[in-house]
Design a protein around this ligand. Structure first.
Ligand code: ADP
Ligand code: MG
Length: 343
């Protein structure tokens, strides 16, 4: 939306895990180093955990983007798979025909495929994302896959990425054998304020930012606090902040602007909460004596009615504000396009 206006060549805060925007914080660097270490070992499991939005998928993508032809990757992002479904999915990811085959047959085909890769001087890498969704017996099935070996060398290696819930699964007593195969594990943490600054500026620079709008030094602490240092939340917030800067015709972003956007986003949220509360009030009030059909006032006392109306009024105000912004945005877009066509 605002990219043209600020002379950007790409969307700086898009949510897709694009390796081009990869920012090396100390934690992300360590995770990448572990994954590379794992690759160099060619065996065992590497486990990366971290809260949602901290960059697990991004790390995996940038690693996969850097691999040469000798490693054949397959990536699965799991829902709650049982062992049989896992085997089917893994085989399908390696382009093995699995239609109508039972688990044992699929495993045989998978093994043949892995041997064939080995003869070509290649090996397989399985990346399991959202691994916290896997039932323990499916994690155990992954371990069984790692038993495919030739001359004591495993033919397939796995990386597991997952939210914190993955840890207790791995710590179950029956996971002992699996645990023994883990060669490295690490945990991603949210960014601190300095990293948030580095992160935002890195993403902007990758998108062709030349310093407009300027960013005041003190905005980064505030953004860190609001987004709890989580990259996904930072992207969502920064995107809104730049849209705001565009709509307000700013050439510099100050802490006041950051606060305005925080307020705006907070109001949108509380607007929907209040609508929810108003609906709840109607339900509670509905317990009173038999209402007349279509007679809302009959089930609500004056205070509740007043409060609901004021909530509704508030939400409508916000909707109008947002519509005005969109119209202003469209006007600007037309102006920009006109200017471009006259160039
Ligand atoms: N190190 C990083 N460099 C660049 N962008 C990142 C980084 N970590 C996270 N992000 C961004 O944060 C968002 C969430 O990251 P993602 O990898 O999907 O998190 P997770 O898989 O842990 O839930 C994505 O938009 C991604 O681009
Ligand atoms: Mg992810």
């Amino acid at each position: 939306m605002y990219e043209d206006h600020f002379g950007l060549t790409d969307k700086p805060f898009k949510l897709s895990p694009d390796p081009k925007f990869f920012f090396s914080s100390a934690h992300h660097d360590r995770a990448v180093a572990y994954l590379h270490y794992g690759l160099s070992q060619g065996e065992g499991f590497i486990v990366v955990t971290g809260p949602i939005g901290t960059g697990k998928t991004t790390i995996a993508r940038s690693l996969l983007a850097s691999l040469d032809d000798s490693i054949v990757p397959a990536q699965i992002s799991t829902t709650k798979l049982n062992p049989e479904e896992l085997v089917q999915l893994v085989a399908a990811e390696f382009n093995i025909e699995v239609e109508g085959l039972g688990k044992a047959e699929i495993l045989r085909k998978l093994e043949q495929y892995l041997h064939q890769l080995n003869r070509q001087g290649k090996r397989a890498l399985l990346v399991v994302d959202e691994a916290q969704n896997l039932p323990a017996e499916t994690v155990e099935e992954l371990r069984m896959l790692s038993n495919f070996q030739l001359d004591d060398r495993p033919l397939i290696q796995s990386f597991l990425l997952g939210q914190e819930e993955l840890k207790p699964i791995i710590e179950l007593p029956e996971m002992e054998q699996f645990r023994q195969r883990i060669i490295a594990s690490c945990h991603l943490r949210p960014f601190n304020a300095e990293e948030v600054k580095g992160y935002i500026i890195h993403r902007l620079t990758q998108a062709g930012w030349k310093g407009t709008p300027e960013l005041d030094e003190d905005i980064f602490d505030k953004i860190t606090e609001y987004a709890a240092g989580v990259p996904r939340k930072i992207n969502i917030f920064a995107d809104r902040l730049f849209l705001y800067a565009f709509l307000e015709d700013l050439t510099a972003i100050s802490i006041k602007d950051v606060q305005s956007v925080i307020n705006e986003m907070g109001e949108e949220l509380s607007g929907s909460l209040q609508t929810g509360r108003a609906a709840a009030a109607t339900v509670i009030a509905g317990n009173q004596p038999e209402p007349q059909e279509n007679d809302v006032a009959a089930v609500l006392d004056a205070d509740t009615m007043h409060s609901i109306l004021s909530d509704v009024g508030h939400v409508l105000d916000q909707v109008i504000q947002r519509k005005i912004k969109i119209i202003r945005y469209l006007d600007k877009l037309i102006e920009t396009k006109k200017a471009q066509s006259q160039e």
